[in-house]
Design a protein around this ligand. Structure first.
Ligand code: ATP
Length: 436
């Protein structure tokens, strides 16, 4: 496999299931389309993606603060945002087999499954409905949020005042979003329950175009800083006729998925559309007071909107390698150490009690600081392979000499180079290699 070959989806799906990254939701009941469960390693990788985003977008900046708004909000939020009226996909039904498709996914006038006749396209709202309180009537109807952004807009004034923020500033939020996609698929790419990482970056009108360009660069660099190959990414700028009604300009960061280039993150210039809508619908004046110019105005907003699950899939695809190793092939995930679900594996060379006792001692040290694994079964070669396949950057091996000199070997996943260090210096040595 060359550096640029893309792993096929079936291989990745099989690896993810076998090694505990991703399981189909409710599988023992036959599964449910568009929902996925993150297993032990998947939960770690997903958390690492979120943490890396939060570090870069909140912790290490002084112009962005975080927010964690509720998933269920007042129904009028979704009226004001335009989702009740506009958040629809055109859908067609097959009159014969009754299957339902996104109109965009069907090429001709016939059902792609059975060749039957299709109905005309109708609009289907993608929001999941639910009821608040014990009475399931219209007054109690609301929705599971289809994006995290609106939680930010409705809290704009509260956050700005509480934190005494001055333009330009951003509010960042990550969390679950739900869309009743007509045709979920392509593994984690399009699911019905997923997570978003969104920033609403508020700016003075007139500075928005420059800020939009800066955010495109900033977000592209984020993926590359976490080890994604630049050639796996490209930018797609929407032509005017493809823009959403609220957007002045949108650039997508696309990733080369096995099924083709597709959106990983969208960076939109939403103008003052959302704040304007919420001002009108709620009757609250959401204008910002600019004490330099003594003016009140609605800020414009630049929105970098990324998906946790799509990033998860992209990072895995990009990290996957098959490399020749002696007579065999070594499968490895070259995940950035910040993302790797397990940072260090502790491996005694054999199961002899003297060795395993020392290995347990070393493991106790290591796991104070890093997610780690202990493995003593099968040959050392097989155990290295198992760790390579889940992307563990470092293996620490305890051998017979370790009993004499209290030193161990650190083996690097990518180069397979080995260095020997005293146990007393192991944690600082690992910390040097795991700084991010
Ligand atoms: P698409 O055109 O693929 O449906 P979108 O343009 O509707 O996506 P946005 O509303 O811009 O997507 O959402 C921002 C981000 O949220 C996307 O870039 C993607 O990473 C993620 N996302 C959106 N819908 C889904 C989904 N159904 N499953 C997983 N991630 C999603």
């Amino acid at each position: 496999m060359t550096e640029t070959t893309v792993v096929d989806l079936e291989t990745l799906v099989a690896l993810c299931k076998r090694r505990g990254f991703i399981f189909p939701s409710s599988e023992i009941y036959g599964g449910i389309g568009g929902f996925w469960d993150y297993g032990p390693l998947g939960a770690e990788l997903k958390r690492n993606i979120r943490d890396a985003w939060w570090r870069a977008c909140v912790q290490r900046r002084n112009d962005i603060v975080g927010l964690d708004a509720s998933i269920i909000m007042h129904r009028d939020v979704w009226v004001a945002s335009g989702h009740v009226a506009e958040f629809t996909d055109p859908m067609v039904d097959c009159r014969r087999c009754k299957r339902r498709f996104r109109a965009d996914d069907v090429a001709g006038p016939r059902c792609p499954e059975c060749g039957g006749e299709l109905t005309d396209a109708r609009r289907f709202n993608l929001m999941f409905k639910t009821f608040v309180g014990p009475v399931e009537d219209d007054a109690a109807l609301t929705y599971l949020r289809p994006e995290t952004a609106q939680g930010i807009f409705v809290n704009f004034r509260a956050v700005q005042q509480a934190m005494r923020l001055r333009l330009p500033f951003g509010i960042a939020q990550m969390g679950k979003a739900f869309r009743n996609e007509i045709t979920p698929g392509k593994y984690l790419f399009r699911s019905r329950e997923f997570e978003q990482m969104e920033i609403e970056y508020f700016v003075k009108p007139g500075t928005d175009e420059e800020m939009h360009r800066r955010w495109v660069d900033e977000r592209l660099s984020w993926y590359v800083s976490l080890g994604m190959r630049r050639e796996s990414l490209r930018l797609y700028e929407y032509p005017p006729h493809e823009l959403a009604h609220y957007s002045k300009a949108t650039v997508d960061i696309q990733f080369r998925f096995p099924f083709g280039w597709a959106e990983l993150e969208g960076i939109a210039n939403r103008t003052a559309f959302d704040l304007q809508q919420h001002s009108e619908h709620s009757g609250n004046d959401l204008r910002y007071y600019d004490d330099e110019t003594n003016e009140h105005y609605l800020p414009y907003v630049i929105e970098p909107s990324a998906g946790v699950d799509r990033s998860f899939l992209a990072f895995l695809i990009d990290a996957y390698r098959e490399e020749p190793d002696k007579d065999e092939t070594r499968v490895l995930l070259r995940l950035h150490p910040a993302l790797a679900p397990v940072k260090v594996a502790v491996l005694p060379l054999s199961k002899k009690p003297a060795l395993t006792a020392l290995a347990h001692e070393v493991h106790a040290l290591v796991r104070q600081s890093w997610p780690s694994m202990y493995d003593e079964t099968q040959s050392i070669g097989r155990r290295y392979r198992r760790q390579d396949e889940i992307g563990t950057p470092f293996c620490v091996t305890i051998d017979f000499q370790s009993l004499e000199d209290r030193a161990v070997t650190i083996r690097d996943r990518d180069t397979m180079a080995q260095v020997r260090v005293p146990i007393a210096e192991l944690c600082p040595a690992l910390a040097d290699r795991l700084r991010y």
